[in-house]
Design a protein around this ligand. Structure first.
Ligand SMILES: [Zn+2]
Ligand SMILES: [Zn+2]
Length: 547
């Protein structure tokens, strides 16, 4: 009999994003979440998404029996359409999670994936694992913690959560069930570390509604534009409710906002009278004081409708002093510059812009310290692993668990790519596997590190093309041509390059078979000249033509 359950971290450790964890026992692997992350475009030019390197799953694909999704955020489901191209297994998640996933699969024309909708306290048997879904509150509807009964004990994933006692849909976190499972014994708990640095309790989503209501009341003569994350369906619902209360029609703007409005209404997670909705293309006839535009673009994404509005490039909406704009979202670290640029530009056009640091128009979807403590108090796990955080979060969270009575020796700060053996006798480091990023562009094409290196070189130092025409006997026929992009060399250096290349072919006998070599020679010669005279490592592309 196998002595332990293998716990494999493929992503989501040491970072907030691309969550993916596998559990393995004998011939069964289940995968908890399969998310993506968004790279810093300066560090990774041309890369739109990062997904976890899931080579381990490909190697053991016959064992993979199910994908268990905690909720529908991109950092939990975004990689799945890509993964299921190689590793096929049934998918389990809430109504909204599956609807969002299905939309992605349809968009990418992926068919034949079995999806299963689960509800509160559903138990699904997958191989030797029994997976129970437990309702939690978070910034997207249909979020679950999962309690997995394994042959070695119960492993409890909190998933992303907060403890909101007054959620918009009235579906509170199932603390009673969590406490029951805790009483019957949790071997290992893995908990969301995102807000471990924040003291106290997170505010209820309902508070945002009250503040939005005030802003709507105070701005009745203005046109209102409210930006938020489209996946925060309860926030979208609260904005809709305010608009209806203050007799405004609603226009959805931005592709993902239009999608969520449609999907949300279909599965009844979002409710609004159809008569209140107006197409964004038809808003010109509607007076501003009876209109509310709900849009994406809270992070200042350059392609978003809101960014284009701020630059007066969005045809349907021109911003002016009659607009009040609410950014109902947090600032994702790293996006500060883009967001401030957006706020500056909107303000310059005369709009009144309200954002998190001015008014309480956003609350976090993740548990703060007191909530994390409460969860630990209810679950009382034997072993604890903090997840969903950068290293500093994981370390602080480990200390918090210790404070809550989990012995230090029973707490593991995990590493991506590390396999751990979990059993009643402990959590033991086993083999290290290949883990990291798969870099995808918008067309879901994989990009190699080499490609990225070329892109950075071109971006930083430019590109230089040298065109040489050689006769049959290998003589340079006319002066080599130099074409530059993204760099500005002095004329003397350009002449020096041309002369040196021409001279090389005058003095060297290049027979026909050596043309490939000729290219290498030109590249080396020119690169060396450039480095000697300008200290730059420019990308040199030699073109040698034989006439
Ligand atoms: Zn997350
Ligand atoms: Zn989330």
């Amino acid at each position: 009999m196998t002595k332990e359950v293998k716990l494999v971290f493929l992503g989501g450790i040491g970072e907030i994003g691309k969550n993916m964890t596998a559990l393995e026992y004998n011939d069964t692997i289940i995968v908890i979440d399969a998310g993506l992350s968004f790279p810093n475009s300066e560090e990774m030019p041309g890369i739109d998404y990062l997904i976890p390197d899931f080579n381990y799953l490909v190697q053991h694909k016959e064992k993979v029996k199910g994908f268990v999704l905690t909720h529908g955020h991109e950092d939990h489901i975004g990689a799945l359409p890509y993964v299921v191209k190689d590793v096929v297994a049934p998918v389990y998640g809430s109504n909204l999670t599956i609807a969002l996933l299905q939309h992605k699969l349809n968009e990418q024309q992926i068919t034949g994936i079995e999806t299963n909708i689960v509800t509160d306290r559903s138990v699904v048997n997958i191989g030797c694992f029994a997976v129970e879904f437990i309702r939690v509150t978070h910034s997207i509807a249909g979020s679950f913690a999962v309690s997995i009964t394994t042959p070695k004990g119960v492993i409890f994933f909190t998933g992303d959560f907060k403890i909101d006692h007054t959620p918009i849909d009235g579906r509170r976190i199932d603390l009673a069930r969590i406490s029951e499972i805790g009483t019957s014994g949790i071997l290992l708990m893995l908990q969301d570390s995102t807000n471990v640095e924040r003291d106290g309790f997170s505010m209820s989503e309902r508070n945002v509604g009250e503040n939005l209501d005030q802003i709507f009341a105070q701005n009745q003569t203005k046109r209102l534009i409210v930006a938020t994350f489209s996946s925060n369906i309860h926030r979208v619902q609260q904005i809709i409710n305010c608009a209806i209360k203050y007799n405004r029609r609603i226009a959805f703007s931005g592709r993902s906002m239009e999608t969520i409005a449609k999907i949300g209404a279909q599965i009844k997670e979002l409710t609004y009278p159809q008569a209140s909705i107006v197409d964004i293309d038809k808003i010109s006839s509607i007076p501003g004081d009876t209109l509310c535009i709900i849009t994406t673009g809270t992070q200042g994404e350059p392609e978003s409708a809101l960014s284009r509005m701020s630059l007066n490039e969005f045809k349907r909406v021109s911003i002016g002093s009659n607009d009040t704009i609410i950014l109902s979202a947090s600032t994702i670290p790293g996006n500060e510059k883009m967001i401030y640029k957006l706020i500056n530009n909107l303000s310059r056009l005369g709009a009144d812009v309200l954002y998190e640091s001015l008014r309480a128009v956003h609350v976090s979807g993740h548990a703060c310290r007191e909530e994390l403590k409460m969860m630990l108090a209810l679950a009382r796990p034997t072993y604890f692993i903090p997840v969903h955080g950068e290293y500093r979060h994981l370390k602080k969270h480990a200390e918090l668990a210790e404070m809550m009575g989990v012995p230090k020796a029973n707490i593991v700060i995990p590493e991506a790519g590390q396999i751990y053996g979990v059993s009643k006798s402990g959590i033991i480091k086993r083999e290290l596997i290949q883990a990291g990023n798969i870099m995808l562009d918008g067309n879901q094409q994989e990009n190699s590190e080499m490609l990225l290196r070329d892109r950075r070189t071109i971006a930083e130092d430019g590109i230089l093309i040298v065109l040489v025409t050689l006769s049959q006997t290998g003589q340079s026929i006319n002066t080599p041509i130099v074409i530059m992009r993204g760099l500005n060399l002095p004329d003397t250096l350009v002449e020096n390059i041309k002369d040196s290349v021409a001279e090389h072919f005058l003095t060297t006998d290049t027979s026909e078979s050596d043309f490939m070599d000729a290219k290498v020679v030109v590249r080396k010669l020119v690169s060396k000249l450039l480095y000697t005279h300008s200290r730059r490592r420019v990308m040199v592309i030699p073109i040698v033509i034989n006439v």
